[in-house]
Design a protein around this ligand. Structure first.
Ligand code: SF4
Length: 224
């Protein structure tokens, strides 16, 4: 059984972290939502809001359709609310997400001349934006060093034995202390893909996992 990273030496830990990220990067080359949003701040922000509690496979076609109609906050506000709602409907929570999109776009138009703000403090004041999406925008759109910790990153890094944590904020802090800064931006991408494809919450596919040999499987009681 592989020992958790917090029980091995710093140098060995660093090598294992690099190996895991490199392997996942190779395994999951294509990320549809990332391709749709690119590094455009508006698109990253909107994809972040819409992807909450939804699978990327559901979110991606909705984002594509939406960006065909609106590629900036002002043009999104022109879309009638009922139409916007019908576009978002396939991904669930469409009432809340419709309101969050409209509210956020209104703030961007009124307070930021249609631009997306570049600070964490301003981003979390927008509607539908929590710590996770704010860090996603900072890292992907503005190239800032931030770790976007969502449920996948939290679950998998605990299983791998990288962190010992009960909540996402604590996971974020532990990962910032553990992972080299130049790796921060790729963490969310690789672990979200891995969580969706292989390391599922209830019964992970350990038998087909590309990083099994580096996994401590902490608290994994059932796997396939
Ligand atoms: S699928 Fe299994 S082996 Fe792979 S990271 Fe998850 S718990 Fe570890």
């Amino acid at each position: 059984m592989v020992a958790p990273i917090y029980r091995i030496g710093r140098r060995k830990a660093s090598r294992r972290i690099s190996a895991v990220i490199d392997r996942l990067n190779t395994s999951y080359k294509r990320h549809e939502l990332a391709e749709i949003s690119g590094s455009d701040p508006f698109r990253v922000l909107i994809c972040g809001i819409l992807s909450a509690r939804a699978k990327d496979t559901q979110t991606a076609p909705v984002c594509r359709k939406l960006f065909e109609l609106a590629d900036n906050p002002a043009s999104l506000l022109v879309i009638p609310k009922a139409k916007l709602k019908s576009i978002i409907r396939p991904i669930g929570f469409y009432n809340q997400k419709t309101d969050a999109l409209r509210k956020t776009c209104r703030i961007l138009v009124e307070n930021y001349e249609g631009d997306v703000p570049e600070t964490f403090e301003e981003l979390v004041k927008l509607a539908g934006i929590g710590r996770k999406v704010a860090n996603l925008v900072l890292s992907v759109a503005f190239g800032k060093d931030a770790i976007c910790v969502d449920t996948h990153v939290h679950r998998i890094t605990n299983r791998l034995g990288w962190v010992e944590s009960n909540d996402v904020l604590d996971t974020e802090k532990q990962l910032m202390a553990l992972v080299a800064r130049r790796r921060w931006r790729t963490l969310n991408y690789v672990f979200v893909r891995h969580g969706q494809e292989c390391c599922h919450p209830l019964s992970p596919w350990c038998s087909r996992c590309p990083i099994e040999k580096w996994c401590a499987k902490v608290a994994v009681t059932r796997c396939r």
